[in-house]
Design a protein around this ligand. Structure first.
Ligand code: ZN
Length: 277
């Protein structure tokens, strides 16, 4: 009864009702992506990338995460940084890059992924074993690097024990626009993370299909470091890397599917870890 009153009160105040466990909100995710996009372009090393990082850091701290900021140098000078919410013994990783190209506000690529990652972080706050991170400097067209620098920095910070214990790694990149839901990986056949995500998508009734990829997102650096990772993406977005990649185009229902798929897949691996204890 008290919860009903609280929900009614929030509704009356115009605040989206807090979701229960296992729920994510596409509308809340879109609202966060709008805030990110409103900063303007946020290429690696820019003031706006740093501002976005601070916004994400505040969100994660408010959810109770211990937050670590990982700075790293860019090949053309300056610094980018990862915002990492740290767990206990590592079981699952969910990342999304927070930088964007300088052509526009980068709402789908990748405000959408960051907002979906925060939905996952919200639902799994307080659970041991989940590392969530907003990664800097993914866009190679901006950094001039051949690798995704933020994810490369993240894996350098993981010790051998962490790498061995990770069962699942997901990158949320472009999850707000497009007709087709893909689970992607570098391998010809789906790797462990992709198999887990595809199986979960089937059980949730999401029409996900597997698609090989040549290494166009942060899952590439994780996979190459020995942590087989999958990329969750709605595709194709005709405004990719264009000035028209704006927040009004993001579909809350797609954001919710991306977030929910990552959440349910990650939770299944954390639950397994818990059952060992
Ligand atoms: Zn991207």
């Amino acid at each position: 009864m008290r919860r009903l009153v609280l929900v009614a009160l929030l509704f009356a105040l115009g605040v989206p009702a807090a979701s229960g466990r296992g729920q994510v909100s596409g509308l809340r995710a879109k609202a966060f992506a709008i805030r990110l996009a409103a900063l303007g372009p946020r290429p690696a090393g820019s003031v706006n990338e740093r501002r976005a990082g601070r916004m994400i850091e505040r969100e994660l701290r408010a959810l109770g995460y211990r937050v670590r900021v990982q700075p790293f140098s860019l090949p053309r000078g300056g610094q980018s940084r990862n915002i990492v919410g740290t767990p206990g013994p590592l079981r699952a990783i969910v990342v999304a890059h927070l930088d964007g190209v300088s052509a526009g506000p980068a709402a789908n690529d990748n405000g959408s992924g960051v907002a979906a990652m925060l939905e996952v972080a919200r639902e799994l706050a307080g659970r041991e074993g989940l590392l969530v991170a907003a990664l800097g400097a993914e866009e190679r067209v901006e950094t001039g690097s051949s690798v995704h620098l933020g994810s490369a920095r993240l894996v350098r910070g993981l010790g051998p024990a962490d790498r061995r214990s990770v069962r699942l790694a997901l990158s949320l990149d472009m999850v707000g626009v497009g007709p087709t839901l893909n689970v992607r990986g570098l391998e010809g056949l789906p790797n462990r993370s992709a198999r887990l995500a595809l199986a979960r998508a089937r059980s949730l009734g999401f029409p996900a299909s597997c698609r090989q990829d040549t290494g166009q997102s942060d899952h590439a650096e994780l996979t190459r470091a020995g942590i087989p990772a999958a990329w969750i993406q709605w595709r194709w977005d005709s405004c990719w890397h264009e000035s028209c990649d704006r927040a009004h185009r993001l579909e809350p229902s797609k954001l919710a599917v991306g977030a929910r798929l990552a959440l349910k897949t990650a939770r299944s691996q954390l639950a397994r870890a818990d059952s060992f204890n």
